[in-house]
Write a protein of this length. Structure first.
Length: 166
């Protein structure tokens, strides 16, 4: 008998003030250069360039992360502007070292360890209580994310001595 557990969680990333400012600025520049482009052709070419920049700023200002747990594997997708999806990471839970809340005392022995890579797939908002978790993967990657209770329970079922909820 094959037992598969499926848990899905969606977390909206808070847009930085710089990303919002850049998006608004590029939209305003696009409109201005479109108006200038009516009289002068180079203005229209600049409007096209700022329009492309505004599109990419818009896509990166509205980001959500989808965590998907299926059969001892967590995959993380980045959803940009609710229209474009990109798989950013896949983690095999058999290679998990520890999963604990960000401020957990269980992570004290990992604070001085140098990690090759640190990635943040969380909302970027520090709540009270903090809902972010740190996952140390293969001893070289530190992943910051916000799994829900169902996902924590599913991971705890396969790795009970590596998952802490304090």
């Amino acid at each position: 008998m094959v037992s598969e557990t499926y848990v899905e969680c969606l977390v909206k990333k808070k847009a930085t003030s710089m990303a919002v400012f850049l998006k608004v600025l590029l939209i305003m520049l696009t409109v201005c250069f479109c108006l200038i482009g009516v009289a002068f052709v180079p203005g229209f070419l600049v409007a096209i360039a700022t329009g492309i920049g505004a599109y990419f700023a818009y896509m990166n200002a509205d980001v959500e992360y989808e965590y998907l747990y299926l059969d001892k594997e967590v995959s993380i997708d980045k959803i940009m502007a609710k229209s474009k999806r990109k798989r950013v990471a896949v983690y095999d839970m058999n290679r998990l070292e520890i999963l604990a809340p960000v401020n957990s005392y269980h992570l004290d022995s990992y604070k001085n360890r140098s990690m090759k890579k640190t990635v943040d797939f969380s909302s970027g908002v520090v709540k009270n209580p903090d809902s972010r978790y740190v996952m140390i993967y293969e001893g070289e990657t530190k992943v910051i994310w916000e799994p829900n209770e169902d996902m924590l329970k599913a991971i705890r079922l396969i790795a009970p001595r590596k998952v802490f909820t304090d």
